[in-house]
Write a protein that binds this ligand. Sequence first.
Ligand code: 13P
Ligand code: SF4
Length: 319
Amino acid sequence: ASEKAELKDRIKRLLKERDAVLVAHYYVDAELQDLAEETGGCVSDSLEMARFGRDHPARTLVVAGVRFMGESAKILSPEKTILMPDLDATCSLDLGCPADDFAAFCDQHPDRTVVVYANTSAAVKARADWMVTSSIGLDIVRHLHAQGKKILWAPDRHLGAYIQKQTGADMLLWQGSCLVHDEFKGVELDLLKLEYPEAKVLVHPESPASVVAQADVVGSTTQLIDAAVKLPATTFIVATDNGILHKMRAAAPGKHFIEAPTAGNSATCKSCAHCPWMAMNGLKNLAEVLETGANEVQVDPEIGRQAKRAIDRMLDFAA
Ligand code: 13P
Ligand code: SF4
C-alpha cells in the first residue's frame, strides 16, 4: 500500500475520532472528492456545501475548498469547529472586493438592494441584504426585480451581467472576475465547436459573455453535472474548472468531456482551467489539520451574525 493509501486510512480514522465530516467542492483533488463521499461527507456546489454543513450533526466540519466556503460554514454553525487544509486558499473574487471599498460603494447607492455572490469575505456579506450562489442567483434577482428593487451586485461582473441580461433587472455591477473562468475564450470555443458540431456546451456563469452566449446550459457546478447526466448527447464541451471532470465522468460514464479552450493556444495549455487555490487542498494537509486541529476558521462573531442574515435569506428562499 502506497503512502496515499496510508494517508487515506489515517484521515478516515481521524474523522471518526474527531466527530468530523468532510465537505468538499467539485474543484478540489479527485481523491478528496472521493474521500468525502466514502466517509459520509459531501462533494457539491457552494449552496449544497453550506446547507450540508449547517444540517450535519458532526462537531467539526473540514472544508476542502476555498476560504469563503469555510467562513460560510462558520457563520452558519458558529458552535462547530471548522477546519481547512490551507487557510490561504482564497479566491480572486474575494480578493478583488475588499470590505472597506465595498462599504463605500454601498454608501454611494443607498437606494439599492445589495446582493453579493457567495465568493466574498464575511465582512462583505455582513454589508449585504442577500447572499446568493451561482445556482440560485438568477431566481433571487428575478424575485427582487419583480418587487421593483434596484440592485447593487458584487463582485463577479460576468455572473452579474448574465443575470442582468436574463432578468432585465436594474443592476449596478462591481467589476470583479474569477481568474480561472475569465480565461475562457469565445472565439476559440467557436472554433472547437466546428470540430465537434454535435457537442453540447456546458458553461459556468463566471465565464465571459462571449462564452456564455454559446452555452446549451449555464449553471452552477452541480447543475452542470446534472446536465451532463440528463442531456441526450454523448459529447460535451465544459467551460469551468477542470476539477469537475472527475465527477462528470463518474456520473455520466461513456460520455465524452472536452475542456473548453482558454487564452491563446489551447493545445499547449492542458491545465489552464484549474483554480490555484482549490489546488492547495491535498491529502497531506488534510490529514495534518485533522491530527493537530490547526487551521481553524475564525469569523468575528458580530460580523458573522450580520453576514448570517444574508445567507439565511438565500437558504430560506431555496427551501
Ligand atoms: P459553484 O457554487 O457553482 O460550485 O461555484 C463556486 C465557484 O467558486 C465557482 O468558481
Ligand atoms: Fe474563486 Fe474562481 Fe477559484 Fe472559484 S474557481 S474559487 S471563483 S478563483
